[in-house]
Design a protein around this ligand. Sequence first.
Ligand SMILES: Nc1ncnc2c1ncn2[C@@H]1O[C@H](COP(=O)(O)OP(=O)(O)OP(=O)(O)O)[C@@H](O)[C@H]1O
Length: 451
Amino acid sequence: MADNPARILILDDDADVAYAAQLVLRRCAGKVATLADPRQLARHLLGGVPDVVLLDFNFTPGRTDGAEGLALLDQLRALPEPPLVIVMTAYADVALAVEAMKRGASDFLTKPWDNARLLAVVEGALAQRGMQAAAAAPAAANDPLMGDSLPMRQLRALIASVGPTQANVMVLGENGVGKELAARAIHLASRRAAGQFLAVDMGSLPEATLESELFGHRKGSFTDARSDRAGRFQAASGGTLFLDEIGNLPLAAQSKLLTALERREVTPLGADRPQAIDVRIVSATNLDEARLYDAQVFRPDLLFRLNTIVLRVPPLRERRDDIPALLRHYLAHYRELYGKAPGTIAPEAFDALCAHHWPGNVRALRHACERAVILGQPGAYGLADFGLHGGAPAIVARPRAAGADMLALDTLERDAVAAAMTQARGNISHAAILLGISRAALYRKRSKHGL
Ligand SMILES: Nc1ncnc2c1ncn2[C@@H]1O[C@H](COP(=O)(O)OP(=O)(O)OP(=O)(O)O)[C@@H](O)[C@H]1O
């Protein structure tokens, strides 16, 4: 995009990798530079600090410990106006990527990457910097999973590590937190990214037609079946089937879904033989976990099939650091959509928005921004323009409990180990290679996490 002023720097000693990334990223930035030798970084920065840096971990031939990349990351993060840094790592170096995220990297990519994922990650970073022209289409599909708070960085790290596996993933979280965006990010990070991402709202499928909707039917199999029709499982073949609101599925329907997943085949209504299915299942629910684990509500055997990996998307009130960037992003998005002049948020309104409880999470924030752009005065939007409901917005920010970061990292480590064991089909040596740790270390981590 010639009129996009965003600047990206790719720091990688492999010229082919850097060139390939440069070609893809020219679509979303005005200037994409590459640098093979990190000793030239200081001189490069004299020409201005880029908005986003893609950083490799190892530069000296034979080195694989990542120390060079981590040192460069520290150097970049110490700049007065640091760029957002996306680290690039081999799949086996997930532990290194986790360390980089702890030191302030905003995201990471595993090599070899998928171009769609590369673009999505970089566009997400540019959006955080307010450099990305807002997409005109309101569809969630076009929104990057934004947020630079620790929970969101951990969520993206987890998505990057489980995405390339075949494991079924269950995404948990309140309404409007971004579960579908997380599911799309998993799809983009997977080897199925070139295939379909098909979302099905399980809560709204009528029980009477559920089987035909999911598994398809043959002409004449029931009164209205005037022609053969493929179900969602067949339509998503080679891609990802996103089963949204799975917690609302009636028990009878749950058993049909279980049979399909167990056998990895479905039989269209009226057909005499089953068809093999080739889909990765990502499901989501806003049920709280106590209800989800209640056998009266959800079959444990189906749950076991669906939740190989569990991702929890935290409510917005637990990651308030993300609110300013989301406000900027959605105000810019709707200003562009409605052709409105730029404006700012009045300081008291900004404070109140950041302190708001946001029971409707990011979706509610998005709607509030749309309302402010339509009804507000562009000079400075006041609190009333955002039309918040639900009582006084003030919520006292809780100090982060000591050790909370460690707990979250612990969960990340546990999930990474579980994902590697799944991908390696229980083979310890293979899983240890995937994680880039020794077999002994993997045994210790498994016993630490009870895996
Ligand atoms: N991290 C985020 N960055 C940018 N936009 C977001 C983010 N999270 C959510 N949104 C936006 O908020 C809206 C709701 O997101 P999404 O549909 O993914 O939430 P959900 O948790 O699946 O909601 P529900 O449970 O109601 O189906 C969408 O418009 C989405 O683009």
